[in-house]
Design a protein around this ligand. Structure first.
Ligand code: ASP
Length: 357
């Protein structure tokens, strides 16, 4: 199977992939894309968090378990995209799988806050319409991404937080869960370890960011992104991370790209990461990889750690992270389904991370 590097010229991609739907419009940089075949008719990229994920620290069992979960998430989105479904439905489906899996910091398996509770953040955005929904500090919705979707479709608002968001969730008939549903022993141990150290270590680079996210292009040429998280272990005072903030941890716009981020959220908020990547693609004509790497560098220079997954208007995927690893995966219309964990893995498409440490 041929892996097409995202940096290849569109004409090369055309020759290798052949056929496919054509982009209808020029982008804002003035490139006429009407004669350019997409990189892939549909594309799905996912992440399950970035951090100190080193081969030497990972047991074969955990490696296999996490890859299986990533593959299941890819398959859930692929089932929708390969049958002509919508990008926004595919990113939601992929995120639900990872929320339900205790190995990620979202839904079941989310991290504990400083008070020993669990507060969840989520966002979803449709790049075709710029419709979006986001929730923060929610405590009882089993699948927070479904709450973001309901806010997008059933409320006049874009973002709800705290008890109000939980009330809306009940009124929207979403499945509710006790806090105990989200709890896992591993996450409780992480909180204990953090308490033993120092509260100020909330940005310790040893932290594994287990947020989950997805970005996709569908066969209609529409983009979407979704992100779901428990935030940071030991977070305080109603802290809100980047994940539910549109333009920071989550963003989708057909004219630029779709992005989901993971990492030290405060830095991702300050660097306006997801919107900045898409603006570079939209207005400066940068490739999704170059744009992602440039903004990741800005985050790194500020002191932030983490990564992003990106899909461009033609379905080109990009991964960029400044941590040792990032749980990630890609599925393409040509049948490609790949997962990765560590930096510098041999698999072509997943090997595009900017590892700077
Ligand atoms: N970015 C998330 C936050 O700061 C954490 C993560 O990626 O795991 O809330």
């Amino acid at each position: 199977m041929t892996i097409v590097n995202s940096l290849m010229k569109p004409l090369v991609a055309l020759a290798l992939l052949g056929g496919g739907a054509h982009m209808a419009a020029a982008n804002d940089h003035g490139d006429d894309m009407s004669e350019t075949a997409p990189f892939s008719d549909w594309t799905l990229v996912i992440h399950g968090g970035a951090g100190v994920l080193e081969r030497s620290r990972m047991t074969p069992e955990v490696d296999a378990e996490q890859r299986a979960a990533l593959t299941a998430a890819l398959e859930a989105g692929k089932a929708i995209l390969s049958s002509g479904g919508k990008a926004v439905d595919a990113v939601q489906a992929a995120v639900v799988v990872m929320e339900d899996h205790p190995g990620f910091n979202a839904g079941k398996g989310a991290v504990f806050n400083a008070a020993g509770g669990i507060e969840l953040d989520s966002a979803i955005m449709d790049g075709a319409s710029l419709d979006a929904g986001a929730a923060s500090g929610i405590m009882h919705t089993k699948n927070p991404i479904l709450l973001a979707r309901a806010i997008m479709e059933k409320s006049p608002h874009v973002m709800l937080q705290g008890p109000g968001a939980d009330t809306f969730s009940r009124e929207a008939d979403l499945e509710q869960a006790e806090q105990s549903y989200f709890e896992t022993e591993e996450r409780r141990r992480q909180l204990e370890r953090m308490r033993e150290r120092d509260a100020a270590s909330v940005f310790d680079v040893d932290v594994k960011y287990g947020t989950v996210g997805a970005a996709a292009r569908d066969t209609h040429g529409n983009l979407a992104a979704a992100t779901s998280t428990g935030g940071l272990t030991g977070k305080r005072y109603g802290r809100v991370g980047d994940s539910p903030i549109l333009g920071a941890g989550t963003f989708a716009d057909n004219r630029g790209c779709a992005v989901s981020a993971t990492g030290s959220g405060e830095f991702y908020i300050r660097a306006n990461v997801a919107a900045a990547i898409c603006a570079r693609v939209r207005f400066a004509g940068e490739s999704v990889q170059d744009a992602a790497d440039a903004v990741q560098q800005e985050v790194f220079d500020l002191g932030g750690r983490g990564g992003v997954i990106v899909v461009g208007p033609d379905g080109t995927p990009a991964f960029s992270f400044n941590t040792a690893g990032m749980y990630r995966g890609v599925a393409l219309a040509d049948g490609t389904v790949e997962t990765g964990i560590y930096g510098g893995e041999e698999a072509g498409l997943l090997n595009q991370g900017a590892v700077t440490e």
